[in-house]
Design a protein around this ligand. Structure first.
Ligand SMILES: NC(=O)c1ccc[n+]([C@@H]2O[C@H](COP(=O)([O-])OP(=O)(O)OC[C@H]3O[C@@H](n4cnc5c(N)ncnc54)[C@H](O)[C@@H]3O)[C@@H](O)[C@H]2O)c1
Length: 315
């Protein structure tokens, strides 16, 4: 199958694209390469450096599936330029879905976010609950979902609401909770937690990238949460401290109040089975760091990287 992956040079894309290629698919990546490109050359892979807001799908023949990952990919990054976050999310997605329908693409898979629910008291945050997003990033994801849903009769549409992703990727992200705290433990022997009682759902990058393949294989449509471990930030820190010798420092300032837990029963009912846990991500990062394969690269700290390159990327 010929698959277009937007944002394919990013954290998830750098794991997903090789898996798609191994599965025998032909892959076209469209990415602005904000964080460089770590995808290895492959005769079935074409990488196009372009912006999804202007991308012309007519240039590529017979794309069967679009996996849409490109975005300003978390709350603090989106806050650096709300205009860009909105534009890339909504105008970029509108451009893609319009062309997808025009050129008869069969399947469209969108990486939304489990943060679209906002703060919820319900023990089980399932797909039918009201969306009450609180940040620009979450609001842009919600509006983009609604935009896509208006095309659901014209294309096979799957919306995934992933939890915070953890684990290693060649394009590493050290701004997401498990990865960030593990890296702090490895490099400073101290983890700083702001508040700590906030509960966040997690998913291992191997499970999330397997899920995109599972959706293709099983032809799954609709909206699905994808998060399997709801853990407080303090408990993530404790899990890390059991595997890596470090102290935990709890600060009561600059607390990010977002706290949410997701229920992925609907996804589990499709037969999808996650294989990894947060502990696996911690162990893998520990191993790779010790073997000098998890290196210090400024672009892995996505927020500071975008902030320091704001003129280049967000203007
Ligand atoms: N990582 C997580 O914890 C997480 C959780 C839930 C949802 N998501 C969503 O999953 C998707 C992928 O996230 P990621 O972690 O791989 O992020 P990432 O920042 O590593 O990758 C995003 C990629 O999109 C590209 N991009 C940005 N704007 C673009 C544009 N206008 N045109 C073309 N390319 C553009 C960037 O260059 C980057 O390579 C995002 O939509 C994100 O919101 C991520």
């Amino acid at each position: 199958m010929k698959i277009l992956v937007t944002g394919g040079c990013g954290y998830q894309g750098s794991i997903l694209v090789p898996k798609l290629l191994s599965g025998g698919h032909e892959v076209i990546v469209v990415d602005k390469m904000w964080f460089n490109n770590y995808l290895k050359k492959n005769k079935k892979l074409k990488i196009i450096k372009d912006d999804i807001r202007n991308f012309n799908l007519g240039k590529i023949k017979r794309v069967e599936t679009i996996i849409h990952l490109a975005a300003v990919a978390n709350d603090p990054m989106a806050d650096l330029s709300e205009k860009h976050s909105w534009e890339i999310s909504t105008i970029g997605t509108m451009n893609l879905i319009e062309q997808a329908v025009k050129y008869k693409v069969k399947n469209f898979i969108f990486a939304s976010s489990s943060s679209v629910y906002g703060l919820k008291n319900e023990k089980k945050v399932h797909e039918d609950l009201k969306l009450e997003p609180i940040s620009t990033y979450n609001k842009a994801k919600m509006i983009t979902e609604r935009l896509l849903l208006s095309y659901k009769n014209k294309i096979n549409l799957t919306i995934i609401r992933p939890a915070t992703v953890c684990g290693y990727s060649p394009r590493m992200r050290l701004d997401v909770s498990v990865n960030m705290l593990t890296y702090q433990a490895l490099t400073n022997r101290e983890i700083t937690v702001f508040g700590g009682t906030q509960v966040r759902p997690n998913i291992h990058i191997d499970d999330l990238t397997d899920l995109y393949l599972f959706i293709l294989e099983k032809k799954i449509k609709g909206i699905y949460n994808a998060g399997f471990e709801n853990i407080s930030i303090l408990n993530i820190a404790k899990k890390i401290s059991k595997k890596i010798d470090c102290k935990i420092k709890i600060l009561k300032k600059n607390i990010d109040i977002r706290s949410y837990r997701v229920d992925s029963s609907k996804l589990l009912k499709t037969g999808f089975k996650p294989k990894k846990k947060v502990e696996d991500a911690i162990e893998e990062l520990n191993y790779l760091y010790k073997n000098k394969r998890l290196i210090n690269n400024k672009s892995f700290f996505s927020i500071n990287w975008l902030k320091n390159n704001k003129k280049k990327f967000l203007s």
